[in-house]
Write a protein that binds this ligand. Structure first.
Ligand SMILES: [Zn+2]
Length: 798
């Protein structure tokens, strides 16, 4: 922009002279003595520019004596290029030179020196051109850079005015000079590749300083090559991996200009160096197997750092093998299963490069070791019977061991022993209600016990379990265990059909004596009645729970309290007759006891007589019945003429009354209904034989040669010395809950065929002939029963 610039002369004095004149007269005198005027200014050189510029002058006056210091205003005349100017304007839009002179007032002959004032255009004001390099580096990479002049340089002008100015290349029509020759413009293409180009600019024959620029290709500019391995492991397994070395390497180039450059093979061409040999394309086959090789790359003469690579085959790369069972199966029955041993295991290998592989996919690599023998034939059909350790091996690497048992049941199992288990060790069952437990042992050819699972077959039907096996059919039921056709011994279960029988109702009276340890109230009697009826109905539940005998049945017999005495009078408490004891106690069935009972018992045909007496050592005793018109083993048969001559009663200790878990009363009434103890011996003495004439009760011996005792445990040993759980009410156990099928038959037979056992019909029959009592027969003794509340104590038995 060229603008008109006005230069104004100020018509008054400036700068270091004082301007104000105090006295005009004094000034006029002095002026006459002036011989020289000197005009000076700092502002004599101007660039064409905008705005108004104020020029400051110094005008100094001299007389012959020296400088005169005017203290008043002196207004000189000014001449610009010889023409007087008063209030003049100078056109500064043009470049021009001016001469300014001052004339001393009143002395036209005295002119000042000529002051040269110049107005210059910028281009002519340039004193020096400085080409300033502003790029990162004066080494330029042909592929990466294409800088413009502006990117690389700044033009710094020093003007004659002393000002400095930064301009761009378009500010003037600069000339570009490369290596001393003018070119039309600065272009990157004009730079010579691989050489240093000297760059200058010039104007008006004035040249700038020289800046050297070097242009190189990347290839020629590489200072350093760093390669980085990008793979997960530097162990390569060509059977498992597709290897592309170009993708495995990360390259970073450091160029001579300090630039760092990440490149790939596709960006840039390089060679692989493997053991000093150069490859344009490197294949995994170029490596020597099993050796750690140093791989480098090279570009021209520049060689990278080395990385280590090892190429292995799978078989050489296995570092660890683990074998595990598929579905946990390590016992293989050849009769049931076909296949290879490897079908039962998972084989996983960890390789040196951390890869995990399923080794079964490479069957040629691994060997299966049976015990310490390498296995050629993996078909389990050809395995010998037995247990062995299996492992897998690759080269020197051995897996863990797995235990296997492979067998053909027919050649491996000598026998299977099936028995009834502890809870139900009883071959008698009741169809529909018995649930039996079985157990078995599988015996090998060497008599060792094998742990091979078998199935239970009951009456030809395979069962789900050996526990709680229901027996549903009556008759002989065959039970055996089986392993793929190999059968155990057969256990024969004698299963009886249960029956719903007519209910036998039995009146009962409790003769409660008056010398007891315990107060026997009506509620104690009611409680005993409730327990009695539950026991006979197969509903007695022990606390804590104890299983019932597998033969337990409902006797279908119900006891009720008599409401009248023998004379037909209502009893004040139903079922209770309170007697004076007269000091009588009970225990060893003395003559006195027998007389006491025989005299006081009520008609046994109408009442079950329960004497609640003082009995410190026993729980009770009871007399067995006699039967008529039938044979009942162990029971005397009487004829029509028989007259009762013994107390057909039971005596209960008051101590045994009112206790929640005992069945003493049911036990004693069991005796009155012809039941013996389950362990009782018959005339054969202490042999373990069925002494109670009930085959379905578990026969056992107790150590009771001279004493009785009650076991606190329900675990007993049977005649085969096997443990079983006894819960029979007729056993000597603290807690019982069951009568069996055979015991029911015996009790109901006694109830029906004993002429002296109380029956409801007799009780209500007023026309029943009065009871005839014969002379007391002292030879008839009761069955003594231990006190179940004093278990463990021994009692003398007569
Ligand atoms: Zn008994």
């Amino acid at each position: 922009m060229k603008s008109r610039i006005t230069l104004i002369f100020f018509s008054y004095c400036l700068l270091f002279n004082a301007c104000m004149v105090d006295n005009f007269e004094e000034g006029a005198l002095l002026l006459d003595s002036i011989t020289e005027v000197r005009l000076s200014s700092n502002d004599t050189l101007f660039l064409k520019k905008d705005g108004t510029f104020e020029i400051r002058y110094a005008l100094r006056y001299f007389s012959k004596q020296g400088e005169v210091n005017f203290r008043n205003t002196v207004r000189p005349k000014f001449f610009l290029n010889g023409i007087e100017v008063d209030k003049a304007e100078i056109d500064l839009s043009q470049e021009a030179s001016y001469i300014l002179q001052a004339e001393v007032p009143n002395n036209p002959k005295l002119l000042s020196n000529e002051l040269n004032i110049q107005v210059l255009s910028l281009i002519n004001a340039i004193k020096e051109i400085h080409l300033e390099f502003i790029g990162q580096s004066n080494i330029l990479i042909a592929e990466l850079d294409e800088p413009t002049f502006e990117d690389l340089f700044r033009i710094n002008l020093l003007l004659v005015t002393g000002e400095r100015m930064v301009v761009n290349e378009n500010f003037f029509d600069f000339e570009f000079i490369l290596n001393g020759s003018k070119v039309e413009a600065f272009k990157f293409d004009n730079l010579t590749l691989g050489e240093t180009t000297e760059v200058q600019i010039g104007i008006n024959d004035m040249l700038s300083n020289v800046v050297g620029l070097e242009v190189l290709t990347i290839e020629n500019a590489i200072n350093e090559i760093a390669i980085d391995y990008l793979g997960e492991s530097n162990i390569l397994i060509p059977e498992l991996q597709e290897v592309n070395f170009e993708d495995l390497l990360g390259l970073e180039l450091t160029l001579v200009n300090g630039a760092k450059l990440k490149v790939g093979k596709s960006d840039f061409d390089f060679e692989f160096l493997l053991n000093g040999k150069a490859y344009k394309k490197l294949e995994i086959e170029d490596f020597e197997l099993g050796k750690v090789t140093e791989l480098k790359i090279a570009i021209n003469e520049v060689v990278s750092n080395a990385i280590q690579i090892e190429v292995l085959r799978i078989k050489d790369a296995v570092s660890e093998i683990e074998i595990t069972l598929i579905e946990g199966v390590n016992q293989i029955n050849k009769a049931e299963t076909k296949g290879l041993i490897t079908d039962f295991i998972k084989i996983e290998a960890e390789l040196k490069n951390s890869m995990k592989i399923d080794l079964k996919k490479y069957p040629e690599i691994f060997q299966v070791i049976y015990n310490e023998i390498k296995l050629l034939d993996k078909d389990i059909a050809n395995f010998p019977d037995g247990r062995f350790k299996l492992s897998v091996q690759v080269a020197e690497v051995r897996s863990n061991f797995l235990d296997f048992e492979i067998f053909d049941p027919m050649t491996y199992i000598k026998r299977i022993d099936l028995v009834l288990d502890e809870r139900t060790r009883n071959i008698y069952a009741v169809a529909g209600s018995s649930k039996l437990d079985f157990t078995y042992e599988v015996i090998g050819m060497d008599e060792s016990v094998l742990s091979i699972p078998a199935s239970l077959v009951v009456d030809g039907k395979k069962q789900d379990s050996f526990r709680n096996v229901p027996i549903t059919k009556a008759g002989m039921v065959q039970v055996h265990a089986e392993i793929s056709g190999k059968k155990s011994n057969s256990v024969q279960i004698i299963s009886r059909q249960d029956q719903v029988l007519p209910k036998i109702r039995v009146p009962i009276v409790f003769h409660v004596l008056d010398n007891l340890n315990k107060n026997i109230t009506k509620s104690v009697i009611d409680f005993e009645m409730e327990k009695l009826n539950l026991a006979f109905a197969n509903q007695f539940e022990l606390d804590p729970f104890m299983p019932k005998s597998s033969n337990a049945v409902n006797i279908h017999m119900e006891f009720y309290l008599a409401d009248r005495d023998e004379a037909g009078n209502l009893l004040s408490q139903r079922g209770i007759n309170r007697y004076s004891s007269g000091g009588q106690t009970f225990g060893e069935s003395t003559e006195e006891e027998r007389i006491y009972l025989f005299q006081r018992m009520w008609d046994p045909r109408k009442y079950v007589n329960v004497f609640v007496g003082r009995m410190d050592r026993l729980g009770g005793y009871a007399y067995l019945p006699f039967v008529k018109d039938i044979d009942l083993p162990g029971i005397f048969t009487i004829d029509n003429d028989y007259v009762l001559h013994y107390p057909y009663v039971t005596v209960m200790s008051d101590n045994a009354m009112g206790e929640p878990n005992n069945n003493t009363l049911a036990h004693e009434i069991g005796h009155m209904l012809a039941l013996y103890h389950t362990f009782d011996q018959n005339t054969n003495g202490f042999q373990c034989i069925d002494g109670d004439y009930c085959p379905d009760t578990e026969t056992h011996l107790i150590d009771a040669t001279n004493s009785l005792f009650v076991s606190t445990s329900n675990f007993m040993l049977n005649c085969q010395e096997e443990t079983f759980i006894s819960v029979n009410i007729m056993d000597y156990i603290q807690k019982s809950n069951s009568f069996t099928f055979d015991q029911r038959a015996r009790m109901r037979t006694a109830a029906i065929y004993s002429p002296f056992f109380a029956k409801e019909g007799n009780y209500t029959n007023a026309r029943l002939r009065p009871l005839e009592k014969g002379p007391l027969d002292h030879s008839i003794q009761p069955v003594f029963c231990p006190n179940q509340n004093h278990f463990g104590r021994r009692f003398h038995h007569h």
